[in-house]
Ligand binder design. Structure first.
Ligand code: FES
Ligand code: FES
Length: 161
């Protein structure tokens, strides 16, 4: 018998509520119940970072979280970072610096970058690489991704990049 649970949380700044099986994966709730498809399933086992979301400001892997773990929390997906009309500076920098090829890793990468820059506004290159080490990209070779995060950091500090 499927257990049901009412879950309430903030999702990209708005309060949401649903009744669901608390043992479902958070990535399935976000994608299937809320239509937020930025978080991608790459490996489904905590290895690739494509499914990352911010949980109370901390990057977490939604493929490893249960629906019940969203209850009462503040959840931000890449859709909540910015919009096409008003992108987050990290999203802008990824576009400007050619850090996106197929784009499959990009939502998770930007989530990890936003978390990093919130706690360290002036990271060096090695710190950026370390912060993104849980996010795999099969396309870019990472150089342009790191360039983009450093440029976004400068923008957020109010410096020209
Ligand atoms: S899909 Fe979650 S870490 Fe790969
Ligand atoms: S841009 Fe294709 S996986 Fe990163």
């Amino acid at each position: 018998m499927n257990e049901r649970m009412e879950i309430s949380f903030r999702l990209n700044g708005r309060p949401v509520r649903l009744e669901t099986d608390p043992a479902r994966r958070a990535i399935d709730v976000l994608r299937d119940d809320f239509g937020l498809t930025a978080a991608k399933e790459g490996c489904g086992s905590g290895e690739c970072g494509a499914c990352a979301v911010l949980l109370d400001g901390v990057a977490r892997l939604s493929c490893l979280m249960l629906a019940a773990q969203l209850d009462g929390r503040d959840v931000t997906t890449a859709e909540g970072l910015g919009t096409p009309e008003a992108p987050h500076p990290v999203q802008t920098a990824f576009a400007v610096h050619g850090a996106v090829q197929c784009g499959y890793c990009s939502p998770g990468m930007t989530i990890a970058a936003v978390e990093l820059l919130a706690r360290n506004p002036a990271p060096d290159r090695g710190t950026v690489r370390q912060a993104l080490s849980g996010n795999l990209c099969r396309c870019t070779g990472y150089v342009k991704i790191v360039d983009a995060v450093l440029a976004a950091a400068a923008t957020l500090r109010g410096e020209d990049s």
